[in-house]
Design a protein. Structure first.
Length: 391
């Protein structure tokens, strides 16, 4: 079955997570994605451990469904090869510091003149313009500057970053959405455009109601641990066997079900807990009641009880339990990908399911420069020796 983006050519010049994730998602949808890397070294992430068979697992996670081509960005020949490839591309993804491609003669003005249909997806820390545009940035810096870190952690503890690089990943998603929007717009106009996405911008979208609450009421959101901001009881609870479950029984439909399942129906007559507003005003009290009840039962038993009562509940899982999760296996969200000379490597599967143009994993992440000659022949219709700058 052909993917929804079959026929689209994508040049992925990006590194680390956000850009490579955008390229991976386009590749999952059928696009021909070429990962362009520095000759001899490749992207910086190739040096990150752990490694299997000399290849970085970090790179494997975000670079499937791509071919690798190497060139020397510092030479006139390498820059010319990049321009030649961009002239054939539909989408170019880059996450250099703003202005870097311009210094190589491969900026938007130059490339769009060569290829008016080109879509350039530009990913940066702070955007292509503005007072901070030239500052370096990583995911955790965006978490800190956006306020996201301020609202993460225990109430009496320091601000902490998320356990995963969520800002990089959300930025990768926004970049993909922008690329697809630009492809659709090109169907009407015949012209490409720039998609400008930034880590800080993306992080701010994760603040929920934090911005309007401050602007309208002067209240600043801060850390609440695992407690939900908008309902109670909704928290992590420690169980008799030492494991944790998260139960959310906070709204007025769920709370009676939780009380019945827990044998605490008398709470429904308590004015402190009789409505959503009352429970929010007495959140500590109702959380203490649920915590005391949870401490008398094992985690799996609580999950089963809440499932029967149709109350959202999940055990806080270890990574081993995630890998063994039957729901994820059924959905093919944990899959094995065969790597030549390495064997089968498990990783996340295809997340978006399309009924008619199914996304798929067609190839593993490439080794450095594995497809240079092949891509030059496919895209430029010439041999490797004829293509200037190819290594």
């Amino acid at each position: 079955m052909a993917g929804s983006l079959e026929g689209l050519k994508v040049l992925d010049l990006s590194r680390f997570i956000a850009g490579p994730m955008c390229g991976m998602l386009l590749g999952d949808m059928g696009a021909d994605v070429v990962k362009v890397e520095r000759a001899g070294k490749g992207e910086d992430a190739r040096a990150i451990a752990p490694k299997v068979g000399g290849e970085s697992l970090y790179v494997m996670m975000y670079n499937r469904n791509k071919r690798s081509l190497t060139l020397d960005y510092r030479t006139a020949e390498g820059q010319q090869l990049l321009r030649n490839l961009a002239a054939k591309a539909d989408i170019l993804i880059e996450n250099f510091r703003p202005g870097t491609l311009e210094k190589m003669g491969c900026g938007w003005e130059e490339l769009s003149a060569l290829n008016p249909r080109l879509i350039m997806v530009r990913i940066s820390g702070f955007g292509q313009t503005g007072p901070h545009a030239q500052r370096p940035c990583f995911d955790v810096i965006a978490q800190a500057m956006s306020g996201l870190m301020e609202i993460t952690g225990e109430a009496d503890g320091p601000p902490v970053p998320s356990g995963a690089f969520i800002v990089d990943q959300v930025t990768g998603l926004y970049a993909t959405v922008g690329a697809l929007g630009a492809v659709q717009a090109r169907e009407r106009t015949g012209r490409g455009q720039v998609v400008d996405t930034a880590l800080l911008d993306s992080a701010v979208t994760l603040l929920l109601t934090g911005i309007p609450e401050y602007a309208l009421f002067g209240t600043e959101a801060t850390r609440r641990g695992a407690r939900d901001r908008y309902s109670a009881p909704a928290n992590n609870y420690r169980c008799r066997d030492g494991r944790w479950v998260h139960i959310n029984g906070g709204n007025d439909a769920l709370f009676p079900r939780l009380c019945k399942a827990a044998g605490c129906e008398h709470l429904l007559a308590d004015e402190r807990f009789s409505s959503h507003a009352a429970r929010m005003a007495n959140a500590k009290a109702i959380e203490a009641v649920v915590a005391e009840w949870a401490a008398q039962h094992d985690a799996d038993a609580i999950v089963d009880m809440m499932a029967r009562a149709e109350v959202p509940c999940g055990k806080v899982a270890t990574i081993g339990e995630v890998v063994a999760n039957p729901q994820l296996k059924h959905r093919e969200q944990i899959v094995d990908i065969e790597y030549p000379g390495i064997g089968r490597v498990p990783m996340h599967g295809v997340t978006v399911k399309l009924s008619e143009t199914a996304n798929s994993i067609r190839r593993p992440a490439p080794s450095l420069g594995e497809h240079t000659a092949e891509v030059v022949a496919d895209w430029l219709d010439c041999s490797r020796t004829e293509a200037v700058g190819a290594k």
